[in-house]
Design a protein around this ligand. Structure first.
Ligand SMILES: [Zn+2]
Length: 201
């Protein structure tokens, strides 16, 4: 089981992003890392990422194989399957940190914003997924040009709330202090991952 506290896990994750932004990534011996991980894994953080090709957590947080438990879906929304996966990380692997990784210029959030009044315009199964992102498009303020950024932040906050609301397992781990659920936004341009304040109690 993982022996880092949630705070230590957060520091380790953010230190990796600092290395990435400064282009001072750790070097990896993947062959050696792979051998060490054959029989067990102890990821110190679970990350919910968007399916977007530009946001890979192992890269932007500069972490080795076996360190991050990554769940992904367009719009980084904690669907029921993702919440179940997170419960495995927390309850079985003892992962002390859950991080929702939103990102700027998110296509899924943009689709929710554009089609918020009529999701049936979207092709295939997209309406089912985008419906789950839709709450982030309400209560937007000010200039329309800032709405996408606001919606991305709202979507991360909603995701944190949703995990705690829907998972008793994770809620109990948070209450006992063994796990923390946080969120932030990755900037595609600067590479910086910025934590945002979420109501995670
Ligand atoms: Zn996205």
């Amino acid at each position: 089981m993982q022996d880092l506290t949630p705070q230590q896990a957060l520091e380790k994750l953010m230190a990796g992003n600092t290395r990435y932004v400064a282009s001072r990534q750790d070097t990896h011996d993947y062959a050696a890392e792979r051998k060490e991980l054959v029989n067990s894994q102890e990821p110190f953080a679970a990350v919910i990422r968007c399916a977007d090709s530009r946001v890979a957590p192992e890269i932007i947080f500069d972490q080795a194989m076996g360190e991050l438990f990554v769940c992904g879906v367009a719009g980084n929304v904690p669907t029921d399957e993702i919440i179940a996966s997170l419960e495995y990380a927390v309850a079985v692997l003892g992962t002390p940190l859950i991080m929702i990784e939103g990102h700027t210029n998110c296509g899924a959030v943009h689709a929710a914003l554009t089609h918020r009044n009529d999701l049936t315009q979207l092709p295939g199964s997209l309406p089912d997924l985008i419906t789950q992102i839709l709450p982030c498009t309400s209560a937007l303020k000010g200039e329309e040009s800032s709405w996408l950024d606001q919606a991305v932040i709202n979507n991360v906050k909603a995701g944190v709330g949703r995990i705690l609301e829907r998972s008793q397992v994770i809620q109990e781990a948070v209450k006992s202090g063994t796990c923390q659920v946080l969120g932030g936004v990755y900037d595609l341009d600067s590479g910086i991952f910025e934590l945002i304040e979420c109501d995670s109690k």
